[in-house]
Design a binder for this molecule. Sequence first.
Ligand SMILES: C[S@@+](CC[C@H](N)C(=O)[O-])C[C@H]1O[C@@H](n2cnc3c(N)ncnc32)[C@H](O)[C@@H]1O
Length: 223
Amino acid sequence: MPNTLRSSLVCTVLDRLFAAADHDDDTPHGPIPGGSLATATAQERADALAAHYLPISARGGDLLYALVRAGRPSTVVEFGTSYGISTLYLAAAVADNGAGQVFSTEMSATKITAARANLDEAGLGGLVTILAGDALDTLADVPGPIGLVLLDGWKELCLPVLRLLEPRLSPGALVVADDITMPSMADYLDYVRDPANGYVSVAFPVEDGMEISCHTGARTTES
Ligand SMILES: C[S@@+](CC[C@H](N)C(=O)[O-])C[C@H]1O[C@@H](n2cnc3c(N)ncnc32)[C@H](O)[C@@H]1O
């Protein structure tokens, strides 16, 4: 049975990207119109942080790989490609499933070019379509059924992106959101943890926390 994730080709690329990401904290951000990340638009933040990797953790990546292997989704959607670290885990699992495709989306042109090169170098570029632009536009036309979603873009957009994708989620689809300890994830967590919205949701303790939510489709107020 193949394990593309542990192949030397993929490990070489992941090791290099994680090593580069270690410098995120020392890397100054680019110019921000208005001077503040807090008030910048999503595009202005993406441009200002174009040199920052902001990746999921390696353990979070392993978790994603396992979820995609187990669920065998035909379509995986990712919000927030950055330099492609999480995308590599998703694509490695799709490769080992022998079927499926990944749609990822990113609004930094610099990152899109780099992520495509990284995926190609790992031999996984053919399984991934990177959609350039704002997720709220680019993900509108991704065809369902969608079996797994990773939400890792700007946190205040995770709930709007989920609501956009929701009609195309397959029964039992898994939705994974990263960095759930961030205060800006509160409205998202309130939504997926409310049984009335049709999810069974659990916090998973990897790094800054990942919320794994199974879309049952059954909207109920029973506990
Ligand atoms: C935390 S990083 C993603 C890290 C990536 N998942 C990884 O593990 O390497 C978030 C990314 O989402 C992108 N992003 C934020 N808002 C977006 C939007 N509305 N549409 C598309 N991309 C967006 C940012 O430019 C940034 O690169």
